[in-house]
Design a protein around this ligand. Structure first.
Ligand SMILES: [Zn+2]
Length: 242
């Protein structure tokens, strides 16, 4: 909008006899510095354009900056809002960084039973380490920024492990699929294949193999022990434990 077309101005600057006091270029009000007197609004109120310290510009009534109602181009309020939203202080231009959203969701799905995903995370005993739970800065320092917007957090190498340094990485969806619980990669006989493939090949249910591995069986035993024998062994071990 050109200055002349601004409906707030009834008398443009070039038709005014003098620059009103306080509208001289270079005068500072908060973050704003007067660039030019623009003209008069109704009831003899002066309008001016300002340069803000942040690099932005602003046009408003001189009275508004003189009384301190306006102290910036709007960046000050945006920053305050940001500070309220991010008590941990990390934000770029008031936008939620995607790492922050990741951090928030990670804590929620591990700690809040009301979230949809809780069953797959907190409900499975997966936790967020204290260092990360208490500080977004720590989380960011350990993880770094996402390589791209399509990357998300992945528990790796141990998909059953917790969210903690050393067991997390930024990964693409494709990379994560390979690390899914049901797609766990298992090396046996010089082949590394997803658990589901081994399951089909050996004729043993995926859940059974996973359960065996989780209980500390060797890969060889987990993949090659027929079910019946396994059931017997389980009973035996129970007897022994008892
Ligand atoms: Zn500004």
């Amino acid at each position: 909008m050109s200055i002349e077309a601004d409906p707030r101005i009834v008398t443009p600057a070039h038709l005014c006899k003098r620059i009103p006091k306080g509208c001289e270029p270079g005068i500072r009000y908060g973050r704003l510095i007067v660039v030019a007197f623009i003209g008069m609004a109704p009831r003899s109120r002066a309008y001016a354009s300002f340069q803000c310290d942040c690099g932005g510009t602003h046009t408003c009534l001189l009275a508004s900056v003189r009384c301190g109602k306006t102290t910036s181009c709007g960046c000050f309020n945006r920053e305050s809002t940001t500070r309220r939203q991010f008590k941990h202080g990390y934000a770029i231009h008031g936008k939620r960084p995607s790492e922050y959203v990741t951090w928030q969701h990670m804590i929620k799905r591990c700690g809040n039973p009301n979230t949809k995903q809780y069953a797959d995370y907190g409900g499975r005993g997966i936790t967020v380490c204290e260092r990360w739970k208490t500080s977004f800065e720590n989380f960011l320092a350990d993880m770094g920024v996402k390589p791209s917007p399509t990357h998300s957090i992945d528990r790796f190498p141990n998909n059953d492990g917790n969210y903690e340094p050393g067991n997390c990485r930024w990964a693409t969806r494709a990379e994560q699929c390979l690390n899914r619980r049901n797609n766990r990669l298992i090396s046996h006989n010089n082949e590394t294949l997803p658990l589901t493939v081994w399951s089909d090949r050996m004729g043993i249910k995926r859940e059974v193999i996973a359960d065996r591995l989780n209980r500390g069986w060797s890969v060889f035993d987990a993949l090659t022990t027929p079910l019946n024998t396994a059931a017997k062994l389980r009973q035996l071990s129970k007897l022994n434990d008892g």
